[in-house]
Ligand binder design. Structure first.
Ligand code: FES
Length: 77
């Protein structure tokens, strides 16, 4: 990730899921895929723009994608 985001940063604006909740789901609940993240947090289950660049259909692009967060934290484990 190019810059640091606070844990309160809303990654999924549809479902109001923050970075902190995503990290918790990955580290504590063992989410390894976009699907399991969606099941656990609801992130990425609405417009799907927050999943990755390819799915970002918004006019204003997301600053941070679920896929990037998954990659970063699954590597660290
Ligand atoms: S911003 Fe996450 S589903 Fe729409």
């Amino acid at each position: 990730m190019a810059r640091n985001f606070p844990h309160s940063f809303e990654v999924c604006t549809c479902k109001h899921v923050t970075l902190g909740e995503i990290i918790y789901a990955i580290k504590e609940k063992g989410a390894k895929t976009l699907e399991s993240l969606g099941d656990l947090t609801d992130a990425g289950t609405c417009c799907k723009s927050c999943k990755n660049k390819e799915s970002d259909i918004g006019v204003e692009k997301m600053e941070l994608y679920l896929e990037e967060i998954l990659k970063k934290f699954n590597k660290e484990q």
